[in-house]
Write a protein that binds this ligand. Structure first.
Ligand SMILES: *[C@@H]1O[C@H](CO)[C@@H](O)[C@H](O)[C@H]1NC(C)=O
Ligand SMILES: *[C@@H]1O[C@H](CO)[C@@H](O)[C@H](O)[C@H]1NC(C)=O
Length: 527
C-alpha cells in the first residue's frame, strides 16, 4: 500500500501528465493544456492539430492531422489567455477558426468564421485520430481494407457495403457523435444553434465518421453531398470536440462564456430575440418541425437556420435574425411558410398553418411526409448501399391495392433495376371516371421522374425535376428536393373491374444499375 502511494505520487510529478492550465509555445508547437488531462498541440505555421494527448495517451494520428477542410496551407496562429480561458485564433484571408479551452475542462470549444466558401467547395472540421486509441466508430462507416464499389467512397468489406455517408444523421438529431476506445471517447457536440449557418435545413445529413487507417471524426458545416440549398458565410458554430473517459457527453453545451470572447461573426445572447408560435398539422401522428431560414445572409445580426420539433403547439426559441422565413414541415415535407420579425431582446409571435393540399383520396400508398418511411428497404437505405445483400429484393414490384402491405412497395425506383412498379386496383363503378394520380417524391438522381400508364392510357412525360449535382440514394439518403407529380387520368380510362397502373422511371440520361436514373417515393395517392 505504501509502495503504491509513493508510485502514484511519482506519476503525478511527470510533467506531461498533469501540467498546469495554459498555453506555451516551443518552436512551431503551440501547446494548450486544459490542466485536467487534455493537452493539444497546434502547428503555428498552419493551424493543424498535430498531437492530442489525454491523461498521457496519444489520440492524434501522426501522419494525418486534425484540421479545417483538408488543412489551411498556411495560417497565422495566435493565442491569448484570460479569466482561465485560452483562445487560439487561426486566420487566413477568408477563415478565422477558434479553439477555446476552459481551465479544467477537456473540451475544445470551436467556432469557424468564413467570409467565403473554401475553394474546395465544402466547409468541414475533420479530426484524424489514432485508430489504435479510438478504434470504435460507426460500423457502417468502417471501410479499412474494403474494396471501392462506387465513387471511391462506397466500399465492400466482409460482404457488407460500407461508406462514410452511412454515418450521417439529420442535423436536427445530430447533436452528439463520437468514437471511443479503451478508457477514452472523443465526441463532437453541435448544439442546435451550432447549425445556424449550415445549409440544407433540419433534415440535411452529412458525414460524421469514417474508419480508415485513421479514425476520422467530422463536423460538416456544408458540402456538395446532395446540396439542396445555397451555402452561407459567417460564423459557424459554436461546436465542440470533447474528450471523455468513454461516455458520451451531454448535448447541452453551455457556450455562454463565449459571448464575451469577441469572436468574429458570433451573435451573443444580447443580439438574439425569442419567437413563440403555434402551428397546426393536418395529418395526425406526425412530428411538426419549424425551421427558420434567411436566404440571403450577410448582416451580422441574422439568423441563418434554426429549428425545433414541436410535438404539441407552443415552444419558444432564441433567434438572432431581424427577419426570418419560418417553414412548417409535416414530417420532412414543407407544408407552409410564414415570416416573423425577430428583435434582439424581444419576443415575437408567429402562427403557421399547413397549406398542403389534402384531397379526400380513394386510396393512398405511404404517408405524405416527405420520406419513404414504411416502404421496401426504407429501413435499410440510410446505412447500406442498395446493392447490399442484406437488402430485400428490389423487384420490379406488383402492388395490389387493398391486399399488399406498404412495406412491399419500393422506396426507390431505379430505371435499370426495378422498373416499372405496377399497381393493381379493382375499382367500383363509383370510383371510376376522371381521376388524379398524385406521386410525391423526395429525391431524384440523373433526372429520374415518374410517368404513368393506366390501362391503355399513357400520360405525358413530366418535366425533369430540379438538378441536384450529386449522387443521391446510393449515398444513404432520401433527402433531396421534394416534388409532386399530378397525373390527370381522363374519363373512360378506369374500369369498374381490375385496373393496371404502371409507374415508369423516365429520364433523358442513362446510367448503370443503381446509378441509373431513379427517384425516391414519398407517397402515391388516387383521388
Ligand atoms: C452556463 O455558463 C455560465 C457561465 O459562463 C453560467 O453563468 C450559467 O449558469 C451556465 N448555465 C448552465 C445552464 O449551467
Ligand atoms: C432568450 O432571449 C431572451 C431575450 O430575448 C433572454 O431573456 C432569455 O434568457 C433567452 N433564453 C435562453 C434560453 O437563452
Amino acid at each position: 500500500m505504501k509502495f503504491l502511494r509513493s508510485a502514484l505520487a511519482f506519476l503525478a510529478l511527470l510533467p506531461s501528465a498533469f501540467a498546469a492550465f495554459g498555453v506555451t509555445t516551443s518552436g512551431s508547437n503551440m501547446i494548450v493544456d486544459s490542466g485536467a488531462g487534455l493537452v493539444t498541440t497546434i502547428n503555428t505555421a498552419n493551424g493543424d492539430i498535430t498531437s492530442m494527448t489525454f491523461n498521457g495517451k496519444q489520440l492524434q494520428d501522426a501522419s494525418e492531422h486534425t484540421q479545417l477542410s483538408s488543412g489551411l496551407g498556411s495560417a497565422t496562429v495566435t493565442s491569448s489567455v484570460a479569466n482561465n480561458i485560452a483562445k487560439i485564433t487561426i486566420s487566413t484571408s477568408t477563415i478565422t477558426h477558434y479553439y477555446i479551452v476552459q481551465s479544467g475542462v477537456n473540451t475544445l470549444f470551436i467556432g469557424t468564421f468564413a467570409s467565403a466558401e473554401p475553394t474546395v467547395g465544402e466547409l468541414r472540421f475533420i479530426a484524424r485520430l489514432l485508430k489504435s486509441s479510438v478504434p470504435n466508430g460507426v460500423v457502417a462507416s468502417e471501410i479499412n481494407g474494403g474494396t471501392a464499389i462506387e465513387g471511391s467512397d462506397v466500399f465492400l468489406l466482409n460482404g457488407q457495403t460500407r461508406s462514410k455517408f452511412y454515418s450521417s444523421v439529420p442535423f436536427i438529431r445530430d447533436q452528439v457523435h463520437g468514437v471511443t476506445g479503451s478508457g477514452v471517447g472523443v465526441f463532437m457536440i453541435i448544439p442546435g444553434v451550432g447549425y445556424e449557418s449550415s445549409s440544407g435545413g433540419p433534415f440535411f445529413r452529412d458525414i460524421d465518421n469514417q474508419g480508415s487507417a485513421q479514425q476520422e471524426l467530422y463536423f460538416y458545416m456544408n458540402s456538395g453531398h446532395e446540396q439542396t440549398e445555397s451555402y452561407r458565410t459567417g460564423f459557424f458554430g459554436p461546436y465542440a470536440m470533447a474528450v471523455t473517459t468513454g461516455a458520451a457527453p451531454s448535448a447541452n453545451l453551455n457556450t455562454t462564456f463565449m459571448d464575451s470572447l469577441g469572436l468574429q461573426g458570433y451573435v451573443p445572447a444580447s443580439g438574439r430575440g425569442t419567437v413563440t408560435g403555434t402551428a397546426t398539422c393536418i395529418i395526425d401522428m406526425l412530428f411538426l418541425t419549424l425551421a427558420l431560414q434567411v436566404p440571403t445572409p450577410g448582416r451580422w445580426l441574422e439568423l441563418r437556420l434554426r429549428w425545433l420539433i414541436l410535438e404539441d403547439t407552443h415552444e419558444a426559441w432564441n433567434l438572432s435574425a431581424p427577419v426570418s422565413t419560418v417553414t412548417l414541415y409535416q414530417g420532412e415535407l414543407e407544408a407552409g411558410t410564414g415570416s416573423v420579425t425577430v428583435t434582439a431582446g424581444r419576443t415575437s409571435t408567429v402562427t403557421l398553418t399547413s397549406s398542403l393540399s389534402v384531397p379526400s383520396v380513394i386510396w393512398r400508398i405511404g404517408t405524405v411526409d416527405g420520406t419513404p418511411a414504411g416502404f421496401l428497404n426504407a429501413d435499410k437505405i440510410e446505412t447500406m448501399h442498395p446493392s447490399d445483400t442484406r437488402m430485400s429484393s428490389w423487384g420490379p414490384v406488383t402492388f395490389t391495392v387493398g391486399s399488399s402491405a406498404a412495406s412491399s412497395f419500393p422506396m426507390a425506383q431505379f430505371k435499370a433495376v426495378n422498373n416499372p412498379t405496377t399497381i393493381k386496383w379493382t375499382a367500383t363503378s363509383s370510383q371510376i371516371g376522371a381521376r388524379t394520380l398524385r406521386i410525391r417524391t423526395t429525391e431524384a438522381f440523373a433526372g429520374g421522374r415518374p410517368q404513368i400508364t393506366v390501362n391503355s392510357f399513357t400520360s405525358a412525360a413530366p418535366a425533369a425535376p430540379p438538378t441536384v449535382d450529386s449522387r443521391g440514394v446510393t449515398r444513404g439518403t432520401w433527402r433531396g428536393l421534394n416534388q409532386v407529380y399530378d397525373f390527370a387520368i381522363p374519363a373512360g380510362t378506369l374500369t369498374a373491374s381490375t385496373n393496371t397502373i404502371q409507374i415508369n422511371t423516365i429520364s433523358g440520361s442513362a446510367g448503370d444499375v443503381f446509378l441509373s436514373p431513379n427517384f425516391v417515393y414519398d407517397s402515391v395517392e388516387l383521388f
